[in-house]
Design a protein. Structure first.
Length: 170
């Protein structure tokens, strides 16, 4: 018995319900969803000559999207280690505004993966990580490493799509 295929609109229903035309996150979420559906289809159908390489490349693209959208396990682990259990306290200033009190804040955790910072100039046009480490600004360097990791993932994602997109269907 042939399996009835569901209308593809159902797969995008929850994404389109929260669609905003001014935010790039929704564009990337749609792209990720389409890549996931394509990977699953290609994995099941086996109609391409280079099937395993296409599935691998699309899987890499999906993981890269997770990295630059801050939705990967590494980023979530770092976020949890750095900010869990921290109680935010505020103090009222004389002008009526509030200021964050961070007297008892624990130090920021290091990112749990290696990020090559030797080529940071390619992505930042300067060397802010090297400079912040030289100035003993460790927390700023950690945030910059996370940003560098995201920039590298975005660059690699577009590179794979540039070189492999047309080959995926040959």
């Amino acid at each position: 018995m042939k399996k009835k295929r569901r209308n593809p609109i159902h797969a995008y229903k929850h994404l389109l319900a929260k669609d905003y035309d001014w935010d790039y996150c929704y564009l990337i979420a749609l792209e990720k969803k389409k890549l996931q559906r394509m990977r699953d289809c290609i994995k099941q159908e086996h109609h391409l000559a280079n099937n395993e390489f296409v599935v691998r490349d699309i899987g890499i693209c999906i993981r890269l999207i997770d990295i630059f959208m801050e939705d990967d396990p590494v980023y979530k682990t770092w976020l949890d280690r750095s900010y869990s259990g921290t109680k935010l306290r505020f103090r009222k200033l004389e002008d009526g505004n509030y200021e964050l009190v961070d007297d008892d804040r624990k130090p920021l955790a290091d990112i749990p993966v290696y990020v090559n910072v030797r080529n940071e100039r390619r992505f930042f046009r300067k060397t802010p990580i090297k400079e912040s480490l030289a100035e003993d600004r460790r927390e700023w360097a950690i945030h910059l490493k996370i940003s560098l990791r995201q920039h590298k993932a975005l660059h690699l994602y577009h590179l794979i799509r540039e070189y492999k997109l047309f080959d995926w269907w040959d």
